[in-house]
Write a protein that binds this ligand. Structure first.
Ligand code: ZN
Length: 200
């Protein structure tokens, strides 16, 4: 195994994974997260789209910082329009999902609005990439999730997507509407920042 990809959809930036592989051209590290920026000495990375890797690893780090209050639509579009094309271009032999549920609507440590349907859609997308690129080699690693009433339901929904079962448990509580009127601008801004980083 020579080429692996980590896709981290935990609501926080995957700064440790980024740091570990920042100069490594053989591991594509992807983080979709709330645009929370850096904090303190333990998290000096910003998670910005301009952090794209260094040296031989330039381009092999992809950050997708989504503004607060984003949910199913933003995550699906960002995955389809930014994450999936990068993963396909990288052609990994293994995909690892850093599988947090703290982007859900009720998480006390996040400000995103992903519902069970959104997590199911992410699971479906991860599975499709693995089927197309890695012969189905897909590993899910549990990460954050602090809303005890809803995180387990979101994990179940993620697994429904990965396993292709369809909905097995109806969402009992998800309802908050997300802002979608400026999604074109949000996606374009992230793409532009990354393109500028790679061109500079
Ligand atoms: Zn987290």
């Amino acid at each position: 195994l020579k080429r692996a990809c980590v896709i981290d959809w935990d609501v926080h930036h995957g700064n440790g994974t980024q740091e570990g592989f920042y100069a490594d051209p053989d591991v594509l590290t992807v983080s979709m997260h709330m645009d929370h920026g850096a904090w303190g000495p333990s998290h000096t990375q910003t998670g910005g789209a301009d952090e794209a890797g260094t040296g031989a690893g330039r381009g092999a780090n992809l950050n997708v910082p989504l503004p607060c209050g984003r949910g199913d639509a933003a995550y699906a579009r960002a995955f389809d329009e930014i994450v999936a094309p990068a993963v396909r271009a990288f052609a990994p032999e293994l995909i690892v999902i850093a599988c947090g549920q703290d982007a859900n609507q009720f998480d006390p440590n996040g400000r995103q609005l992903v519902t069970m349907a959104g997590f199911r859609a992410l699971g479906e997308r991860a599975r499709a990439l693995a089927d197309d690129l890695t012969g189905g080699k897909l590993v899910l690693v549990q990460e954050g999730g602090y809303a005890v009433s809803y995180a387990a339901l979101c994990l179940n929904a993620t697994l429904e997507g990965v396993l292709g079962t369809g909905e097995t448990i109806a969402d009992p509580i998800g309802f908050m509407p997300e802002a979608t009127d400026d999604l074109d601008a949000v996606i374009a801004r992230i793409k532009d920042a990354r393109a500028a980083a790679l061109a500079g």
